[in-house]
Design a protein. Structure first.
Length: 246
């Protein structure tokens, strides 16, 4: 099986985890898209099972059969963390990631959209970050890749900010001193932030160099540094963007 990042793998496991599972273990009676996804996965793995979103005795029996066939001995209930991990591994081995496209993610999109904002002078840095995040399975809205020919770019950007789960603000002397659309994007992002609860993370400042924002709202947010240790900063960012508990 092709090696995948732990972040991407954790998100794929999420297809088999409903948000109502308090202790991480499914039990009867339950229903929801995660139950339906488990049935789809088992069916693709050649276990006869009807399509449904119910967790009933039939699904329970089939899951136990799957566990026995895989010598899965950890005690984690019928579909606890170990079983979900095993299902993900087996599905990836047989079908790659394409089969997950047939499933519904319990909380919407498997990889919530992340908007990338930057000054044009920092395009190279933005492209590099886009590629790094995209490789890790993050759904990044990046104008150079996401805008379609003929779109009204101003309207499309405003819509994308409103639909995104996170707004990544690349900070540099270029972006902090420049007047224009990058500042407009920031204003729109803070308008969206006001609609979130006070504890939510939405705007994520990412410093490309040693610089300090004069805007008190931006300065009040904890930032991530992509210097001097870029790998460390990227790891910190990924933990925020693709936390499996999301």
């Amino acid at each position: 099986m092709k090696k995948r990042s732990k972040y991407r793998f954790s998100r794929l496991e999420g297809y088999f985890r409903d948000p109502v599972i308090g202790d991480g273990v499914m039990r009867r009676p339950m229903s929801g898209s995660a139950c339906g996804n488990i049935r789809l996965a088992l069916g693709f793995l050649q276990y006869p099972i009807d399509k449904s979103e119910e967790y009933d005795r039939d699904l329970e029996r089939t899951v136990l059969e799957f566990q026995r066939d895989q010598n899965h001995t950890s005690i984690d209930g019928y579909v606890g963390p170990g079983t979900r991990r095993l299902l993900t591994e087996k599905l990836l081995e047989k079908a790659g990631e394409r089969y997950f496209n047939l499933m519904n993610y319990p909380k919407g999109k498997a990889f919530p959209q992340v908007f990338l904002s930057y000054a044009r002078e920092d395009t190279d840095a933005a492209e590099r970050l886009y590629n790094d995040l995209n490789d890790e399975g993050v759904n990044v809205w990046f104008d150079k890749e996401s805008l379609r020919p003929g779109q009204n770019w101003s309207q499309a950007i405003g819509k994308a900010i409103g639909e995104s789960r996170y707004f990544l603000a690349l900070l540099s002397e270029n972006s902090l001193t420049k007047k224009g659309f990058v500042q407009k994007e920031m204003e729109e992002a803070f308008e969206v932030l006001e609609q979130h609860s006070p504890t939510d993370v939405f705007v994520v400042p990412i410093r490309l160099e040693n610089c300090n924002p004069s805007d008190p709202k931006l300065g009040a947010l904890h930032h991530v540094d992509l210097f001097p240790n870029r790998r460390k900063g990227l790891t910190q960012l990924l933990k925020t963007l693709v936390d499996p508990s999301e």
